[in-house]
Ligand binder design. Sequence first.
Ligand SMILES: Cc1ncc(COP(=O)(O)O)c(C=O)c1O
Length: 347
Amino acid sequence: MIDLRSDTVTKPSDEMRAAIAAAPVGDDVYADDPTVNTLEERVAALFGKEAGVFTPTGSLSNQLGIRTLVKPGEELLTETFAHIVRAELGAGAAFSGITTRTWEGDHGLLVADDAMAIARPDSGPYLVSTTAIAVENTHNFGGGTVQPISEIRKLRELTKKVGIATHLDGARIWNAHVATGIPFADYAENFDTVSVCFSKGLGAPIGSMLLSTKERVAEARIWRKRYGAGMRQVGILAAAVNFALDNNIPALADDHRRARVLADAVASVAPTSVDLDFAHTNIVVLNLEGSSLTAPELNAELKKVNILASALGPKTLRLVTHRDLSDGDIATASEELAKLLQRAFKA
Ligand SMILES: Cc1ncc(COP(=O)(O)O)c(C=O)c1O
C-alpha cells in the first residue's frame, strides 16, 4: 500500500527503536524520568520558551494551552478549518467550558485583520469576551499552508494592545521551518502557548509538547494529570522524540518535494482541482468540484490500485507525504491519480 492518508502513519525505524530500547527512564509523574526531563528542556530551549510538558497527543497539548489561556465562558477565536475546532471533538467546550468563533482564511491562511475584525475583548456583562486567538501553522486542512510570519507578527502586535492571548497549534511547525528557514523561536515568540507534535512528519510513534512560561506549564501539568495523562516510564517515548529531532528534520524537505510532484501531476490533468501557489509543504488538498467522482469514490478507486488517501468532505480529498514513502511510490501514485482524474474531469 502507498499510504497517503497522513504523516501520522509512519513507523519507527530500527535506529529509533534502538534509541527507545536504550533510554534511561523513571516515573515521570514524580518528575523522575531523565529522558523526559531532558527532552522538555531541549524543546523549550529550541522554541525560546521557559518550559515544556510532554503529552501523548497534539489534541491534548492544544487543549492544555487553551485551558491555561481561556476561562470557562470566555471565547477562543480561530480559523474555520483549524484542527482545534474541526477535529478535537468539541474538547474546548467539553473540558474547559469555553466557546469558539471562527473566521475563514484562504487555504487557512492568516490575515491578522480578519481575526481582529471578529475579536471582542472585555465585552462586559452582556456579550462573550474574546480572551485568546489560535493560529495553526502549517494549516492541515488548508493543504499544509505556511502562515506568513508578517501576519503572525501583526496579530501579536494587535492582540497585545487589547490584552488577547495567542496560541500556536504548531503540530507541523517543523514543516513551516523547513519550508521558510525561519527559526522555531521566531515563530514561538509571537505566542503565549505553543503546541508541537513529534508524531507527524518527524516520525516518532507518539508525543507532543506544550511550551510556555514556567508558571503556565506548571498549571498545564496539573491539568494533564487531571485529564488522566500523567505518564510513568515514558522516557522510552521521549527517546524516540530525541532521535527524531536529531535526525529527521532536514528530510522533511523531501516530503515537500514529493507533495509538489503529486500536486503537479494532478494539476497537469485537472488544473481546477489544485492551486499550485498553495503547495507549500507535505499536504495536497484536492477540490473535486466539477469531477464525476466524489472524494469517497475517488478514494475507493485509489484503494483498488493500492493507494490510500483521506476524504475530508464530499468533494475534498487529502494526500499527505511522509518519510515512509519513496520517490518510486510518489511516481506510481502520481501516475494512477492522473489517470483517474483525467477520466473523472472529462466525464
Ligand atoms: C494541525 C493539527 N493539530 C493538532 C493535531 C492533533 O494531534 P493528535 O492526533 O496527536 O491529537 C493534528 C493531528 O493531525 C493536527 O493536524
